[in-house]
Design a protein around this ligand. Sequence first.
Ligand code: 5AD
Ligand code: SF4
Length: 466
Amino acid sequence: MNVLDSELVVGALRNEGYELTDDIKQADTVLFNTCSVREHAEHKIYSQLGRMKFSKRYRPNQVIGVMGCMAQKDQKKIFERAPHVDIVVGTGQLGEIPELVDQARSNRRRSLAVSLGRRDGSRNQVAQSFESYDPLRDPEMRPSPFQAYVRIMIGCDKFCTYCVVPTTRGPEQSRPPSHIASEVRTLAGQGVKEVTLLGQTVNSYKHTEDGQLYRLSELLELIHDTDGIERIKFVTNYPRDMTVDLLEAVRDLKKVSRYLHVPAQSGCNEMLKAMKRGYTVEEYREMMERINSIVPRAAVSSDFIVGFCGETDEAFEKSMDLIRECRFKNSFIFKYSARPGTKADDMMPDDIPEDVKRERNNRMLDLQNMISEEDNAEFIGEQVEVLVEGPSKQAIKSGEADGDALKTQLVGRTDCDRIVVFEGNPRLAGSLTNVEVHDCTATTLIGSIVTREVQHGSGELLPILS
Ligand code: 5AD
Ligand code: SF4
C-alpha cells in the first residue's frame, strides 16, 4: 500500500512540474513515506529526519514532509521531535500534497493535514475524513511497466489488539467496482499485464452498486476479461473471509493467481484470542482444507508474530506445528513490537525478552526456509509458466543488463507467485514464457527457457530461440 502511495504522490508532483532526483542534497522537496506497523520503522524515519536537521542552511527553500501512517499517528509530535519538518500529511490527505508543498515553500508556515481519530466522531464522519487516493496514473512512475497495484479498499475494522493500522488508515471502505474496473482498463491500455488488488483485508471487500452487491469474487469476475490483463492477484487476506465463493472464483477464473496470502499470526488459541484475531487454530485449519480441496496446488503464505504478550514456549511451538502442517510457500515473521494506542499496549505487558523473541524468530525462519526449499525442489524437472518481469536485481547491479545485451539473467513469477530466474533476452519482459526448472533455493526457482516450436507456412517446424 505504501509503495502505491509513493508512486501516486510522485506522479502527482511530476504533473506539477517536479522531477525526481537520486541525490537528496539536490532536492528542493523531501518527502518521507512512513510505516507505523513496528517501532523499528519509525526509528528509522526519526533518525533520517535527524540527519536533515541542518539541510535548510544550504537550501533555505527546501520543504521537508512526512506522509503516511506515522504522520497520522504522531501528528504534531513530529514537529516537536523534528522542528525542521514543514508538512505532516496523513494517509487520508495524500491528494493535498502538491498544494501543501507549494504553500509551505511560499509562506514558510508549517501545516498538518490528518484525519479524525477513530473515536473523534461518528463512523461516517471518521470514514469521510479518510479519503482513498487513486488519481490517474503516471505510467512512468510504475516500478515495472507490466505490473500495477490497484487499491480496492482502504482501512481496517478488525482491530487486532497489536495492530496500529485501524488507527492510521481508518475505517474499512471499499471502492466502487466501476471505478476499479475502469482503472484496470486504463492500466491495461498502458501495457499492464498483471494487476495486484490491494486491501488490508482484501477479501472483506464489499460494495453495492446499482443494486448489486459485489464481494471480492464478483469483483474478480468483473475485471477478469479486461483485454490485455493476463494475471490478477490480491493481497492481504483475512482468514475468516476466505469464503467458498472466493475460492471457487480463484479456481474458475484462469487469470487469477493460485496464490493466497492469509496471515495466521499464531498457531495457539490463547494467543489468537489475546490478539483478537476472530478465529481459532481449528478454524484456520478448516480454511486450509477448504483451500486445498477447492484450489488444489494453491500456494499459501502467512505472517506470524513471535513473542506476543504472554507467549509461552508451548504457545510458540504450536505456531511451529502449524507451519509444519500447512507447509506455507513462505511466511513473513515478525517480533512483536508494542504500538502505542493499541489495546495490547494498553492492557497487556510486553513480557517476552528481546533475546527470546529473536531466538524464536530465527528458529521459525529456519523451519520455514527448510519447508520452502523442500517444496521448491518438487518443481525441479517441471515446466512452469512465468510472467517475465525483466532483468534480475543481480543483472542490473553487475551492469550485465545494460545496453543491448541479448542475454542476461531475467526474473519472473509463476502463477503461484514463485520467483524464477533464468537466462534470456531482456525483450521478453512482460511476456508469458515457459521455463524448465533445474535447481532451487528456499526463495527462488532456477531454470532455463523452453525453446518454443512454431508452425511455419510450409508446415515445417522451426525452432525459435526465445
Ligand atoms: N508487532 C509485530 N508485527 C506486527 N504486525 C502487525 N502489527 C505488528 C506489531 N505490533 C505484522 C502482522 C501483520 C504484518 C503486516 O505485520 O503479522 O500481518
Ligand atoms: Fe491489522 Fe488485524 Fe486489520 Fe490486519 S486485520 S490490518 S493485522 S487490525
